[in-house]
Design a protein around this ligand. Structure first.
Ligand code: SF4
Length: 142
């Protein structure tokens, strides 16, 4: 593992990228930041710019309208940057699987690399935190 990757696992800066979601997954991510769940105890900080992101938390389906934007945003993130698909929609299009808006689109992991999947519709804050911590462990073991 290079020094840059080792350093970033000590304090992950996460960027929340919501594409076409119903917003429930987004609400659960925000819940992770509240004093009740307090993700900052793991060194996880939410950032407002993709240019500062170590991790992208992606929610929702990628539809025709946002496909190119998702790709462009990932290109703007400093590398290494890990992508976590939060919720069934980001992982595999979920309940929107047969929707007209996603017929011609690919799932998120065909557009940008995805390093972890957190299932659930929506996943609980505990599951999101567990997923991020497991990602850190996975990166540290490499
Ligand atoms: S996985 Fe469920 S809660 Fe999350 S965006 Fe999709 S429909 Fe909404």
């Amino acid at each position: 593992m290079d020094l840059k990757t080792k350093a970033l696992t000590k304090s992950l800066w996460v960027f929340h990228m919501s594409t076409a979601s119903c917003n429930n997954c987004d609400i659960e991510i925000l819940d992770c930041l509240t004093p009740r769940h307090d993700v900052e105890r793991f060194g996880i900080v939410l950032v407002g710019s993709i240019r500062h992101a170590d991790v992208i938390l992606a929610t929702g389906i990628v539809n025709r309208n946002c496909r190119d934007i998702v790709k462009k945003m990932y290109e703007q993130a400093p590398k290494p940057c890990f992508v976590v698909a939060v919720g069934t929609c980001a992982a595999g299009r979920g309940i929107f699987h047969n929707s007209y808006i996603v017929n011609e689109a690919e799932p998120l992991d065909k557009i940008i690399p995805v390093h972890a999947y957190i299932p659930g519709c929506p996943p609980k804050p505990e599951a999101i935190i567990d997923g991020i911590v497991k990602l850190i462990d996975k990166v540290n073991k490499k």
